[in-house]
Design a binder for this molecule. Structure first.
Ligand code: CMC
Length: 431
């Protein structure tokens, strides 16, 4: 707590309210407005542009400087030197694991990668052409009916058990939603593989042939997982926190996060970016689409551009751009027309006054779709892979929220703008 105070003065009545100022370890200070409602005043902030909904030790973003830290470690260092399970451990427990802790964690995850065999029946209830995110919302939510001994959020041991199960099983559910879609048999997880290799195996192996994941592609996928693992109080993580604040079942809370992530303004942007590039089709049409993106009367936006917090660059985008080159090199796809179109679009947009003025830069999803497409992952799975990775952040955020001494049910207020009191009119007297 800082010694500073903020004084609000109402210009009409002259009434004054003093509010304390709170400082974090990094980033902007916050005015503590908790006492306002008891004084008959609310803060108004639709879309939470200026609202810190909680205090958190997990992830720090400086949008102007383009910084992203998980538990204090810069994302660039984690992407280069770490792997996804180490990052998931870091997010969950606050410190990088020792080699013994890491081995124990990997083993625990390995023991949980299979899903209850009866869960396979759920998939068969969906249409074959169901979107993988629709299947994931349903099947991850259905985990609440299977793992009832990990369901009490107020019991620390059950919390850890739920967190482990989610990290271990969501990749299996994501891969199976793809296998179901293409009509191939579900592949059981293989614990001899790393986390990302195992995911490639469950996506692309069949029971008929041996499958050996390409290490360069597995590393690139692992990097995608690391870059998407957490992003402080974004829409889906806030959804998980709000859902969890009532003490709801953890699997249902993560399903709520998946539902929120699916939107094209959030995790659905990687799929939408690829669709947009396919729609543009050729560099000669870029001008036409840039014009549409700038037109207020047109709802079209340049997908993969802009961010609520990053206003100069998305540090994840720089890493993903580099990974994109590595993957296309490995696969001999340097001349991939879609990638070249993306580079051309990026160049033109970055020189355009509209995008410069509004500080709209490519975000991580501008490149991650191109990388995944080159790996043979279909567009419809992009957001499912984002969900798989973000599960690490969601469980860390959920655990922090429940264990916090400040935990209360999330219950925002509103500025009411509807009708004032009026008396009921019987139907025969209404016009
Ligand atoms: N193309 C064209 N104009 C844009 C774009 C875009 N991609 N993004 C924002 N603008 C304009 C917007 O029209 C508005 O203009 P004005 O000030 O004249 O009304 C201004 O820029 C500010 O935009 P906003 O929608 O008020 O900003 P926001 O912070 O509410 O939205 C955003 C951020 C990411 C939702 C938005 O930039 C967007 O829709 N981008 C495209 C979707 C996308 O790539 N999303 C992925 C985000 S990164 C992955 C993740 O973390 O989920």
């Amino acid at each position: 707590m800082s010694t500073q105070k903020v004084k609000i003065t109402f210009s009409g009545s002259g009434r004054q309210i003093d509010l304390p100022v709170i400082e974090g370890t990094l980033g902007p200070e916050a005015i503590d407005t908790r006492s306002l409602s008891s004084q008959g005043v609310l803060t108004y902030d639709p879309g939470f542009l200026s609202t810190a909904s909680c205090a958190s030790n997990i992830t720090f973003i400086d949008g102007d400087a383009g910084l992203l830290y998980y538990r204090g470690y810069p994302i660039e260092q984690l992407a280069e030197h770490s792997d996804f399970l180490e990052v998931a451990y870091l997010l969950s427990f606050g410190e990088l694991p020792t080699s013994e802790q890491k081995a124990a964690f990997v083993e625990k995850i390995g023991h949980q990668t299979m899903v209850h065999d009866q869960m396979a029946n759920f998939f068969h209830g969906f249409r074959r052409d169901a979107h993988p995110m629709a299947v994931m919302v349903g099947v991850v939510g259905a985990m609440s009916a299977f793992y009832r001994h990990s369901a009490d959020p107020f019991d620390p041991a059950q919390r850890e058990s739920a967190a482990l199960r989610l990290l271990a099983k969501v990749p299996t559910i994501a891969a199976w939603s793809y296998k179901y879609n293409i009509g191939e048999p579900f592949m059981y997880p293989q614990n001899r593989f790393s986390y990302s290799e195992n995911f490639l195996h469950m996506m692309f192996a069949t029971p008929c042939e041996d499958y050996q994941p390409n290490p360069i592609l597995a590393r690139a996928l692992d990097r995608i997982f690391i870059l998407h693992a957490d992003h402080e109080q974004n829409a889906s993580s806030s959804t998980v926190r709000v859902a969890g604040s009532s003490g709801a079942n953890p699997f249902a809370c993560i399903a709520a996060g998946i539902a929120c992530l699916w939107g094209p303004l959030h995790g659905g942007a990687n799929e939408a970016t690829l669709k947009m590039l396919e729609q543009i089709g050729d560099a000669s049409r870029i001008g036409e689409f840039i014009k549409r993106a700038k037109d207020k009367a047109d709802s079209f936006r340049l997908m993969g551009f802009g961010h609520r917090v990053y206003k100069n660059m998305d540090p994840r985008a720089a890493i993903m751009r580099q990974t994109c080159h590595e993957v296309l090199n490995e696969l001999g796809l340097n001349d991939d027309p879609l990638f070249n179109l993306a580079l051309e679009l990026e160049k033109i947009a970055l020189e355009d006054e509209y995008f410069i003025d509004k500080k709209l830069y490519p975000n991580v999803d501008f490149y991650s779709g191109i990388v995944m497409r080159a790996m043979g992952i279909p567009n419809s799975m992009f957001t499912a892979i984002f969900a798989l990775a973000r599960t690490a952040g969601w469980v860390a955020q959920w655990k922090e929220m429940i264990a916090s001494p400040e935990h209360r049910i999330a219950r925002p207020r509103q500025l009411y703008t509807g009708a004032t009191r009026r008396d009921f009119v019987t139907i025969d007297r209404r016009h």
